[in-house]
Design a protein around this ligand. Structure first.
Ligand code: NDP
Length: 498
């Protein structure tokens, strides 16, 4: 039986790659064949970029009406909402995450479309009181053609988080999902096709980062590159984008601290410590991958934490009882297993987990290391898997010093019943996303992004729209007459100047 080859969407058409190459995908929970997708090339990427450029410059999308763009986004939201169950299941089959997480993600994507439809039509100009008989104002205009590169940990919601504001702003776009997880974005593009965007406004190119992604970062017809993924890849993209002075938005890695003081509500703090690291199998940029415990509660806390980690139900995400799924790929599983071995060889103590499950699929047990020192690689580096490292502290100052002691600055949380202490500590954290007495809740209304080597810029909320807009200053002279800054023309012989 011949297999269906999923296509790309370029200039309003469903197309196969010019190379004819095909990539086969497997379900990470079973390692069985899942789907075949066309494998885009640099040439395919160039075609998509040219279509997006033409749609922006020549077909007047740049001057489309905000209310029309909002209507398209609302229609896309309605159609996506009708397919939440189908698309959530597909996300679980492709990415491995438990169904309860997939359906949360798809609902979140629906909400993002509605949020950006809403703010597309809200005022975003400004006027200024300036001297010299002038009025001065600012209008915001779309940046132009944007390239968007998406990781595999949140395949649909992270794509929509970039598509929705770009459309709201009036940009055209070329988006590339991660090679392992294109399926839900392909279904979403079917919806965009149905909604009726003009040709070339939204383009989907499938393929690898080294070809398609690198071309998006390099191509001079692209005005902005928006990327979510690892810090090393982000650095390469930024270097490439610098050649054409592209705007860059980078949402990168993290090694975020979750600080628990002795006066915290015990049950709540244990509960969130687990959620902070094991949600999405720990493949979350903002994961609470370092647990900072006040020494006086260490024994009691760790006993409860380990007992609860050991009872997490790991399995196929399609099963309703599954609490944690497989890692995305064999490569990622091996990367995490490598860090587990590294933790042992660095002298940390393995408290629980540490092994691959003895079955098909890329499953790793919930793992916890303790007796760490701040300079260990397992404490400093992003692992991106179900592996927690514990650090301990005696004082508030020490907690802050340890919390800030990595190159990352994405997220962080504090658990305590002392409100003043919570605020003091949060204000000292060098991180863009923080929580008090909770971990992970994220809102489309609020900005998302990191300090330090965790990124540049912010997505979501009004900040996320701003990221796709240029600012133009318009000055209007209210006294239309010459200044004579340079002297008037002198009359030539036999000529009279009025
Ligand atoms: P990458 O950061 O390399 O991948 C993210 C996206 O970037 C994918 O679409 C990828 O394409 C693309 N990409 C890869 N190389 C380039 C390039 N040179 N130019 C342009 N785009 C590129 O992550 P990996 O999958 O390699 O994972 C490695 C580590 O990165 C993880 O272990 C984790 O630590 C971190 N990571 C962090 C994420 C986050 O949300 N902060 C998300 C994913 C990973 P493709 O995969 O198709 O080749």
């Amino acid at each position: 039986m011949s297999r269906i080859i999923e296509k790309m969407y370029v200039d309003g058409q469903w197309v196969e790659s010019q190379s004819g190459e095909v990539r086969e995908l497997v379900n990470p929970a079973t390692e069985e064949y899942l789907a075949s997708v066309t494998e885009g090339t640099i040439e395919d990427t160039k075609s998509a970029i040219e279509a997006a450029r033409r749609a922006f410059d020549e077909d007047d999308w740049a001057f489309s009406k905000a209310r029309e763009r909002a209507a398209l986004l609302l229609k896309a939201a309605d159609l996506l909402e009708q397919k939440i169950d189908e698309i959530s299941l597909l996300e679980t089959l492709n990415n491995g995450k438990p169904l309860r997480e997939s359906s949360y993600d798809v609902s979140d994507a629906v909400d993002q479309l509605r949020y950006y439809a809403g703010i597309a039509t809200k005022p975003h100009g400004q006027t200024f009181d300036v001297p010299d008989e002038m009025t001065s104002s600012v209008v915001r205009e779309p940046i132009g053609v944007v390239g968007q590169i998406i990781p595999w940990n949140y395949p649909l919601v992270m794509a929509v988080q970039k598509i929705a504001p770009a459309i709201a702003a009036g940009c055209t776009l070329v988006i590339k999902p991660a090679e392992q997880t294109p399926l839900t974005l392909i279904r979403f593009f079917e919806i965009l096709d149905q909604v009726g965007f003009p040709k070339g406004v939204v383009n989907l190119v499938l393929g690898s980062g080294k070809t398609v992604g690198a071309e998006l970062a390099r191509n001079e017809l692209v005005d902005k590159i928006a990327f979510t993924g690892g810090t090393e890849t982000g650095r390469a993209i930024m270097i490439s984008a610098a050649q054409t002075i592209k705007k860059v938005g980078l949402e990168l890695g993290g090694k975020s601290p979750n600080i628990v003081f002795a006066d915290a509500d015990f049950e709540t703090a244990v509960d969130y410590a687990l959620y902070a690291i094991y949600a999405n199998q720990g493949q979350v940029c903002s994961a609470g991958s370092r647990l900072l415990l006040e020494e006086t509660i260490y024994d009691k806390f760790v006993e409860e934490l380990v007992a609860r980690a050991e009872q997490i139900e790991v399995g196929d995400g399609t099963s309703p009882t599954t609490e944690m799924g497989p890692l995305i790929s064999e490569t990622q599983m091996n990367r995490v297993l490598h860090y587990i071995e590294l933790g042992k060889s660095e002298g940390a103590t393995l408290l629980c987990g540490g092994k691959r499950l003895d079955r098909n699929g890329y499953f790793i047990e919930p793992t916890i290391f303790t007796h760490t020192t701040p300079n260990m690689r397992i404490v400093q580096e992003e692992i991106f898997g179900p592996m927690l490292v514990i650090q301990t502290f005696k004082t508030e100052e020490e907690a802050i010093r340890l919390a800030n002691g990595t190159k990352y600055g994405l997220a962080g949380a504090v658990f305590t019943s002392d409100v003043a202490k919570a605020h003091r500590v949060i204000r000292k954290l060098r991180a863009g996303i923080t929580w008090i007495n909770t971990y992970h809740p994220t809102y489309n209304e609020a900005p998302w992004g990191g300090y330090k080597q965790s990124g540049i810029g912010r997505e979501l909320g009004t900040f996320g729209l701003e990221a796709y807009l240029e600012v133009k200053q318009i000055n209007v002279n209210l006294q239309v007459e010459p200044t004579h800054w340079f002297k008037k023309r002198q009359p030539k012989t036999n000529e009279t100047v009025s």
